[in-house]
Design a protein around this ligand. Structure first.
Ligand code: PHE
Length: 463
């Protein structure tokens, strides 16, 4: 194995913050609230937590094991840990999925940057004042912005360059150092916002919606939506966790790290719900709005809910979009690293060159994704524009296939000696939950992921 002097994270805290930084992103703050909103609030939350515990954490530990044992990028890792088996393609699939997802994730990342700038210059306050509370101006703003031929592209490119310059500084001085600064910033912003949201008149109604499970709402659709959300939110099957784990030191406890990342990611999603639901209930917006919630409803919502105190409305929207930018940046960095590490190690390129190639590739495809909301909107395949096509192929096809194959690989193919050695840090730690963990990984995870997959393809429409 290519051990030697490979880069690694300097501290356990660095490992946790960088990995949690990958997990916490748009998925928690943008996707989780609208998924919960459209799938029954508290009932969704309950199923979501079960999915994280029973399926996602075992798969996360599996990715960690492959990464740390191989000490290599995801594209080489699967082959290195089982050289005589033909499973190397799963790692390559992960690298491809991670890089392709970055192309359209980068576009939405660019939107968060524009919204932060607009919040900073007070655009939303002026829009609210000029419209007399009519939310139409906000959806017009969003539609004009995303369909503009150059503004979202400039924002996307800026965002990608930012991630590029952090990456080229290296694993410890780039990824780890920035995660150590950005993640605490994210927690502080989130807590401040939650504090503001809890003083609003819609607080009780919002919290009831988020936390009170209505068991009547739980059906197969809710379970599958929760599972897909948990996979996306925990950055599984995109090569990120495997790549990061290859930088873990030999004394990092994989099981404990996975549990901590799961807890942080879920808490951030819940806290984002605590910010969003009380705020939208205060102005009487329905939580089942869908994807436009964060970009269309929220800019208006802050202005309306805190209309009596314009300074607070201004501060809250600046903090909210700063939170979104920070969370997105740490996830973009992790996606960017997957392809960078792969190119650098397999093509023997410098980190600078490898990162440059990925940056250029993702900006080029990102331009197409972005234009597909405007000038290229008529370019469709199977009824999907380019942006939706990227989302479909990566998040809906490659992600469940990669996750399932990883669970099968570690559960059925990988040598038990490697699994045992990784879980116990070469016999130096106790591993109390081995049997339930292995059972979940071998049977529960692949079967449940298979279900999400068939559902995404519409094969479960009869349920
Ligand atoms: N987990 C990130 C989020 O919640 C998204 C992501 C997916 C990041 C896959 C990396 C890999 O937004």
């Amino acid at each position: 194995m290519e051990k030697g002097n490979r880069a690694n994270f300097g501290s356990k805290m660095g490992i946790l913050l960088a990995t949690a930084g990958s997990a916490v992103g748009l998925g928690n703050i943008w996707r989780f609230p609208y998924q919960a909103g459209t799938n029954g609030g508290g009932a969704f939350l309950l199923v979501y937590v079960l999915c994280v515990l029973l399926v996602c954490l075992p798969v996360m530990v599996a990715e960690f094991m492959i990464g740390r044992h191989s000490q290599a990028n995801t594209g080489s890792a699967y082959k290195l840990v089982a050289p005589r088996r033909h499973w190397g393609f799963v790692g390559k699939l992960g690298v491809l999925a991670g890089t392709l997802i970055l192309c359209y994730y980068g576009v939405v990342a660019g939107w968060t940057l524009d919204y932060l700038l607009q919040a900073l210059v007070g655009t939303f306050g002026r829009m609210a004042a000029g419209s007399g509370g009519n939310g139409q101006v906000f959806s017009d703003y969003f539609n004009n912005f995303v369909s503009n031929p150059w503004r979202p592209i400039v924002c996307m490119a800026l965002f990608m360059l930012c991630s590029h310059f952090i990456l080229v500084r290296g694993v410890q001085k780039g990824i780890e150092r920035f995660s150590n600064i950005l993640m605490p910033m994210l927690f502080v912003l989130l807590l401040l916002l939650a504090g503001c949201a809890l003083t609003l008149p819609g607080c009780a109604e919002g919290l009831t919606f988020l936390f009170k499970p209505d068991f009547g709402k739980i059906n197969s659709g809710v379970v599958l939506a929760a599972m897909a959300q948990a996979f996306f939110s925990l950055s599984l099957a995109m090569g990120c966790l495997c790549t990061y784990a290859s930088y873990f030191k030999s004394d990092a406890n994989l099981m404990k790290t996975a549990c901590n990342v799961g807890i942080i990611d879920t808490l951030v999603a819940i806290l984002a719900g605590v910010v969003i639901f009380p705020t939208i209930f205060t102005v009487g917006i329905h939580p089942g709005q869908g994807p436009s919630l964060v970009f269309v409803a929220l800019p208006n919502v802050f202005q309306q809910a805190m209309g009596g105190m314009p300074v607070l409305a201004y501060l809250c929207s600046v903090m909210f979009y700063a939170l979104l930018v920070v969370a997105t940046l740490t996830s973009v960095i992790s996606l960017h690293e997957v392809g960078t590490a792969y190119l650098a190690e397999t093509r023997h390129l410098s980190r600078n060159k490898a990162a440059g190639i990925i940056t250029a590739f993702c900006i080029a495809l990102g331009v197409l994704c972005s234009l597909s909301m405007g000038p290229l909107k008529n370019l469709t395949l199977a009824g999907m524009n380019i942006f939706d096509l990227f989302d479909f192929v990566t998040a809906k096809l490659m992600l469940p296939i990669g996750g399932m194959l990883t669970a099968v690989f570690v559960g059925w193919v990988l040598s038990k000696r490697i699994i045992w050695s990784e879980l116990t840090n070469r016999g130096t730690k106790r591993m109390p939950f081995f049997i339930p963990f292995f059972f979940l990984l071998k049977y529960v995870a692949p079967i449940s992921i298979m279900c999400i997959f068939l559902n995404e393809l519409g094969l479960f429409s009869w349920l």
